[in-house]
Design a protein around this ligand. Sequence first.
Ligand SMILES: [Zn+2]
Length: 500
Amino acid sequence: MERILFTGGQVVDGSGAEPAPAEVLIEGERIAAVGRIRSADARRVDCTGLLVAPGFLDGHSHSDLQVLEGRPEKLRQGVTTEVVGNCGFSAYPTGAHAPEVREFANGILCGDGAWGWASAAGYLAAVETRACTGPGVLSLVGHGTLRISQVGLRQGPLAARDVEAMAAVLDDALASGAAGFSTGLMYAPGSSAPPEELEALCRVVARRGKVYATHIRGYFGDVLNAIDEQLELARRTGCKLQISHLQVVGRGNWPLQARALEKIERARGEGIDVAFDCYPYTAGSTVLTQILPQRALEGGAERLLERLRDPAGRARIARETVERLVWDWRDILISALGSGERPEAVGRSIADLAAETDRPPIETALDLLEAEHGAVNMISFNQSEENLRRTLAHPLSTIISDGFYVKGRPHPRLAGTFPRFLGTFVREQKLMPIGEAVRKITRAPADRFGASGIGRIEPGAFADITVFDAATIGSPADYQQPELPPTGIHAVFQRGRQVM
Ligand SMILES: [Zn+2]
């Protein structure tokens, strides 16, 4: 069994405590001792001037497929575990509807070809036996995928037997190692699911003692009602609730953020096990179809195209989109196009593209969706700096990337989240002490997702360790050059093996 001794550094153990000088000895895949250690026969890693922290945990990503491909973006940031299967999108179960599951999820999971697993066990086995190096994986069952696996792309309330079938599949997935359940209630078909359906599924989550993570029904002017719906679900079922990427989108709605936080604090005071997460950027990223009324997606992309080709249908979609749009068209950038054609459009705003062709912006957006069969990704400038700082610093928040891969220009959070958080917000803006910051990206999310063997530097824990320089850690990745690697990460160990 290999023994490795980290010497000369300051240990920041994930508990929230500030760094303190200590040595860390690992034996095989576990931490054997922390403190003053005499060990002659161990390989030494000199950490002088550096911090020795638990490997970071990305509590919300969409790398369900890329964790099987050995991509470097997460390990380079010091991330040794990521939670996939978020916002209702997971790579299993496919049931009798694998093609529809792929159509539903490709824009978020960046899938190609014939991916998809029948069960959680199958997916987790694929992760377990992957040939490449990658972060550890905690996997949520996505509600959208689960629903489609049973009934296809159909929207609206389901028959009781269909909901029972979904509950049984969910139960089986949680029993065979899935870490929890997620919903994406702004994405069709999850957007059409009534509360009773969600309640039946959250009961399964509660019975299994797992976590329920939700992309709520609205982050705009409707955010408070959307939070209430989820708190009520947790109250009725007793499930552990994680509100995903909490933010309030749209300038006019920004004042609602303080009330959203109060609601969560109050619910917590009542004994509801609720917390939330956020990414350290004011812009978000998703599929461009997200700006449409989700009814327009009923039946999938082909049906959307039919509706867009019919002048009356197109006019209705255009009107409803504009009515509910909270962004200025200048704040929506095109980040990827499914066809890979028109690369000149990537990185430009819809307002810019519209001005060039002298078309109204909404028609430009619909033209793009039509030309690309619905496969367009966007980056949108969502929230205020002040609100962002408040959520990052809040004691109930954990820090996530929400990163996903695209065939184009990804959001810089994919390559930069954790170093940016520690560099820009913790060192430069002094938003919180480093011990608390490390807790938010290690032990807090590990405990939230029931992974008590990781996210801490203590004897017996898994030897997932990130060594970094608090003085230089940071991310130069931005919206123009989103893939630049971070600075200040010196070494990353996963299960005792050096992976960076
Ligand atoms: Zn989401």
